[in-house]
Design a protein around this ligand. Structure first.
Ligand code: SAH
Ligand code: SF4
Ligand code: F3S
Length: 481
């Protein structure tokens, strides 16, 4: 029943004019796997569907459209998608028996890599859309009412120019720490990695557009932005002065945006760590002293077959230079164990590198052969049980380093950006500059503030503390840049 026919009519005329009559009042559920860029993309997919009348829901049972935003990096990540699709098919069958429908979209890197194969393996899927074409989702959703559609092109147009900005309310709901993609794709072709094939060639966004997006986030209360790129430190986008800017220049510009207290960037390649970026770590108070710098292996022979184009010694020297610029910087890294041809000696070299550097945290994986990458065709694939044993040994070493790093901040006063309510009522949770989680007893009003906290205890994954005595809380907008 229409309580206000005039308004309803006007809305439907406007909706028809913009071609978005189909989805008024429908709900979309987006589930993301994989890296932070997928988290960013998932939010942008919801944003691009919002003007079509799709409201985001956390309840998959209430959704009219389910988008699986997938990751292809390792076999396990890819396989997960097909088991998830099996469950969605049952849900769709049940819905259809009740005379309703459920649209299923597969987005992300599995969509790009597998394309039509997804429709062959799971006929319940309506839409397959790659990471470079998800701005076309509204059109694809409309087309899919007539039959399954696939869009895995690398379109000529820039997807970012066709995305829809989120409302301030939406940004607020997503929290005070936000991701922002500044560079996408990869031209490095490490021999184990699918990313150059799934995300395409390396492209940097124009600085002016990034600044606009960051300013809008800051206006809606975002205090921390993590710039994203598959090789983010290789950023070389058009600057506001029409010259190419490096990541350091972009960071310097973003640091001037009012309200932004913290800047981070991920993921970096050791070969793109420019002198100006290293210097920025020593000079910019808003650039957080934490750097994720994947090295993968400590063996030169393996680094060479991985096509990483640097030696273990190059990495160690780079770490020295970064630490000279910013002595308190915490480092994290990615490691692959059991890459083809990896001997015990190669693996020991990786452990030696880890001992040598000392990491605050790491991600470590068993090598997973990926079809279409050179690594998959190499002889001397390492047996599964050897990979498992190496992963356990490496895991014990990096866990000890993580624990030691967390214990080293106990008794210290550290700035914490509070992000959300804590686990228990009356607690709030935030992050140190080194990305450690901190919980303290304090009111929710602290969320969005940076306050100095005395760390008193170190749990398994969380630090506990209290507002430092005599330290005025660092109120919104008062941070030095
Ligand atoms: N661009 C980043 C990493 C992107 S992928 C970089 O250059 O380091 C994230 C991590 O997944 C990689 O650092 C690597 O450690 C891991 N990874 C990628 N492909 C893999 C594979 N085939 N098997 C196991 N781990 C892999
Ligand atoms: Fe993959 Fe290597 Fe590119 Fe990183 S640099 S995304 S590991 S190919
Ligand atoms: Fe996965 Fe694609 Fe990210 S393969 S790690 S979702 S770039």
């Amino acid at each position: 029943m229409k309580s206000n026919p005039d308004l309803a009519d006007r809305e439907s005329v406007e909706a028809r004019a913009s071609g978005r009559l189909t989805a008024r009042g429908k709900k979309v559920f987006v589930k993301s796997y994989g890296c932070q860029m997928n988290v960013y993309d998932a939010a942008r997919m919801a944003d691009v569907l919002a003007p079509e009348g799709f409201v985001e829901t956390n309840d998959i049972g209430a959704a009219d459209l389910v988008v699986l935003n997938t990751c292809h990096i390792r076999e396990k990540a890819s396989d997960k998608v097909f088991s998830e699709l099996g469950k969605l098919k049952l849900m769709k069958d049940e819905r259809q028996s009740e005379g309703r429908d459920l649209q299923i979209a597969v987005a992300g890197c599995v969509a790009q890599a597998e394309g039509a194969e997804i429709l062959r393996r799971q006929r319940a899927v309506d839409i397959v859309v790659g990471p470079q074409s998800y701005h076309r989702l509204p059109e694809l959703v409309r087309q899919a009412t007539r039959g399954p559609v696939i869009d895995t092109e690398f379109p000529a147009e820039d997807k970012f120019d066709h995305l829809v900005a989120p409302t301030e309310d939406k940004v607020r709901q997503r929290g005070v720490s936000a991701f922002l993609t500044v560079q996408e794709g990869c031209d490095k072709f490490c021999s184990f990695c699918v990313v150059p094939y799934t995300r395409g060639a390396e492209v940097s966004r124009d600085a002016a557009k990034i600044v606009l997006e960051a300013e809008a986030l800051a206006r809606a209360g975002v205090r921390e932005i993590t710039l994203l790129g598959q090789n983010v430190n290789g950023y070389h986008g058009r600057g506001e002065n029409d010259e190419d800017w490096s990541l350091a220049q972009l960071l310097e510009r973003l640091a001037r945006i009012e309200g932004l207290a913290r800047l981070r960037y991920t993921t970096s390649h050791p070969n793109d760590m420019g002198e100006d970026l290293i210097r920025a770590h020593g000079e910019s108070p808003s650039l957080m002293p934490f750097l994720h710098l994947p090295v993968q292996s400590g063996s030169d022979r393996i680094l060479n077959t991985m096509n990483r184009k640097h030696s273990a010694e190059d990495y160690l020297r780079l770490v020295e230079r970064i630490r000279a610029a910013r002595p308190d910087i915490a480092l994290s890294s990615d490691f692959i164990v059991g890459f083809p041809g990896e001997t015990d000696e190669d693996f020991e070299a990786t452990l030696a590198l880890i001992h040598n550097v000392g990491f605050a945290s790491t991600f470590h994986f068993k090598y997973s052969p990926r079809a279409g990458t050179p690594g998959a065709d190499l002889k001397d694939q390492v047996p599964e049980e050897v990979k498992t044993e190496r992963l356990v040994r490496l895991g014990e070493l990096v866990e000890a380093q993580r624990r030691a790093f967390n214990l080293s901040v106990v008794g210290r006063n550290i700035d914490v950006l509070f992000e959300k309510p804590g686990k228990k009522p009356g607690q709030v949770s935030g992050k140190t500059p080194y990305l450690q989680t901190v919980q303290i007893e304090a009111p929710d009003s602290l969320i969005g503030e940076v306050a100095t906290v005395e760390i008193v205890e170190c749990g398994a994954n969380t630090l506990f503390g209290r507002i430092a005595r005599g330290e005025a809380s660092n109120r919104r907008g008062e941070e030095a840049f």
